[in-house]
Design a protein around this ligand. Structure first.
Ligand code: SER
Length: 315
């Protein structure tokens, strides 16, 4: 059967690129973007949607005969700390309603974006396995780990076809992310290409798992296209492409901009970063549905700089 897709949070860092990529795969008019904010450079079909308005959400799903929903709307780790209730409602409660819609059979498939923020200080930091006790320390991590547990529950109890990935920090040139702890790894490129110094909000030796946007999109599309029986973990899958520190990223960018300067001024996000993993064991995703990354630190840096030079007219 043809897929009719709805994306919540289509104006976000991943949502925007995902919408365009899904349109290439499933046909332009089969992918409906929704967001609470207008999306300047995204073509219709588009609907304004406050995802806390579940009556409207149900209406839109019916009007467009939606089969698949990607719940990309979220408050991230840093901004979430300023508004725990809203973070819980957007990240988890809205998703819980979607699980119910899937249980009722109104939609067929659901994608839940999880994150390395589900880990906490009690998690092994290096090569973190998929199955570890989760004790997240941010409301963002709590909302996402609850989403994972509920996905697992709705799959086993009601047969809901829900699939999920624990994204590491995502690096992209298409937009500037807001409210995350890994955002420094995007901001730094903009500063370098614009010829500015960069003030980094994390300490130089803070190692975090990361991934280039093209790989994140490929993983998202692949896991949702995979035969259901291959998706054995219904809470989520560990996923990674590389791990680096701000200093290592800075050194890599300096190969392109030898005069580029960085100043380290860690703020409250340092503590959040320190509670997460340094590197991830994603062998389950690699074995079970063939996940493979394409970009590493050096090729990602080349591609980011290439695209941002075009954006800022610096070719
Ligand atoms: N990129 C997210 C954040 O920094 C982690 O999933 O909050």
């Amino acid at each position: 059967m043809e897929r009719k897709i709805l994306i919540t949070g289509a104006n976000g860092q991943i949502g925007k690129v995902l919408t365009n990529s899904l349109r290439d795969v499933y046909g332009h008019n089969n992918v409906l973007s929704t967001d609470i904010r207008k999306i300047p450079d995204l073509e219709p079909p588009f609907e304004f949607l406050d995802i806390l308005n579940t009556v409207r959400m149900r209406e839109i799903i019916g009007d467009y005969d939606i089969t698949d929903v990607y719940h990309m709307a979220a408050l991230l780790s840093a901004s979430g700390e300023y508004n725990p209730l809203k973070t819980w409602n957007v990240n988890f409660n809205a998703f819980h309603h979607l699980l119910e819609f899937a249980k009722e059979g109104i939609i067929k498939r659901l994608f839940f974006p999880s994150t390395i923020a589900v880990f906490g200080s009690t998690t092994p930091k290096k090569n973190t396995p998929q199955d570890v006790p989760l004790l997240p320390e941010t409301i963002y991590g709590i909302s996402k780990s609850t989403g994972e547990l509920m996905s697992n529950y709705y799959y086993h109890k009601f047969g809901v076809d829900v699939r999920s990935i624990r994204y590491p920090g995502i690096i992209s040139h298409q937009s500037i992310p807001e409210g995350g702890t890994t955002d420094y790894a995007v901001e730094i490129f903009h500063a370098a290409v614009k010829g500015e110094d960069y003030v980094c909000f994390l300490d130089e030796n803070t190692r975090l798992p990361m991934m280039y946007i093209s790989d994140a999109i490929k993983a998202t599309i692949d896991i949702m296209a995979e035969q259901s029986e291959h998706i054995k973990s219904r809470y989520s899958y560990n996923l990674t492409a590389m791990s680096f520190t701000p200093k290592e990223l800075y050194e890599e960018i300096k190969k392109h901009y030898p005069d580029f300067k960085i100043i380290y001024q860690p703020d409250f996000r340092q503590k959040i970063a320190e509670s997460w993993s340094e590197s991830i064991d994603d062998s389950r995703a690699r074995q079970e549905w063939g996940w493979q990354n394409e970009y590493d630190l050096s090729t990602m840096t080349d591609d980011m700089i290439y695209n941002l030079k075009i954006k800022y007219g610096k070719e």
